[in-house]
Write a protein that binds this ligand. Sequence first.
Ligand SMILES: Cc1cc2nc3c(=O)[nH]c(=O)nc-3n(C[C@H](O)[C@H](O)[C@H](O)COP(=O)(O)OP(=O)(O)OC[C@H]3O[C@@H](n4cnc5c(N)ncnc54)[C@H](O)[C@@H]3O)c2cc1C
Length: 278
Amino acid sequence: MEFLQTLDTQIIVGVAVALVAIGAGAFYFYSSKKSKGCLDPENFKKFKLVKRKQLSHNVAKFTFELPAPTSVLGLPIGQHISCSGKDGQGEEVIKPYTPTTLDSDVGYFELVIKMYPQGRMSHHFREMRVGDYLAVKGPKGRFKYQPGQVRAFGMLAGGSGITPMFQVARAILENPKDRTKVHLIYANVTEEDILLKEELDGLATNYPDRFKVYYVLNQPPEVWHGGVGFISKEMIQNHCPAPAVDIKMLRCGPPPMNKAMAAHLDDLGYTSEMQFQF
Ligand SMILES: Cc1cc2nc3c(=O)[nH]c(=O)nc-3n(C[C@H](O)[C@H](O)[C@H](O)COP(=O)(O)OP(=O)(O)OC[C@H]3O[C@@H](n4cnc5c(N)ncnc54)[C@H](O)[C@@H]3O)c2cc1C
């Protein structure tokens, strides 16, 4: 009888150990698959366009499917991907783009693309239809971020230069352990050109202590509470953190704007270590 009881206990312990091992194996398999990411830095991989939403006359949001509903793209914060396509002449063109989604968005990634009438890659995106595939390589980029690396970010964005800023801001704000502050100045020509406005205003409402956005327009509407003209030194002084060793100013916009912003920042006393251009 005692022998049978010992045998019973041994069987129960054996089954429990086996179950724990199977569970741990499944967890390891699932998490390694999930965290591995779908990108290859050396080779282009194709992703299927599953949704295309027009946001304004020349801007659309493209949603691409990842291989499995649990897959993540695997893009470090603030880095970008290279996309390959064909221009109007059928020539290959490769350009950088920053997804507006994070690895917390599983099973898909999104690109918000501004399409210029004469733009070569713009042509490729204008022609893309649901069911088409986009060739993507990455991750790319020099930007590295660790929570707590700086006390505050100032961000100077123009037009589609908002996408890396939005990605970094989302990653910071949606991490409850990260207390970094984000001060964004976002410049455009008209109010209609402001990309991701609803999402940015949502971040400002949800994280009032950590995120501030100031919009600047060349051609403001009649009633307008933001800045007017180009981003000036005064605007940077009023809306961004002052120069300090524990802050960083990020820039991303058209080349003439980047040049003008670098000159403003130099004049205001931000050292090169305090500046980064995407
Ligand atoms: C790190 C990084 C991330 C980026 N992420 C995004 C993104 O998420 N979404 C996005 O839409 N773009 C993004 N861009 C810009 C993108 O890489 C291309 O430069 C843009 O799509 C234009 O490419 P194109 O081949 O269509 O135009 P091109 O053939 O290079 O240019 C043709 C003409 O288009 C006009 N044009 C091109 N770029 C601009 C501009 N920035 N401002 C004003 N006029 C311009 C000019 O008239 C130019 O002569 C990013 C750029 C960088 C460096």
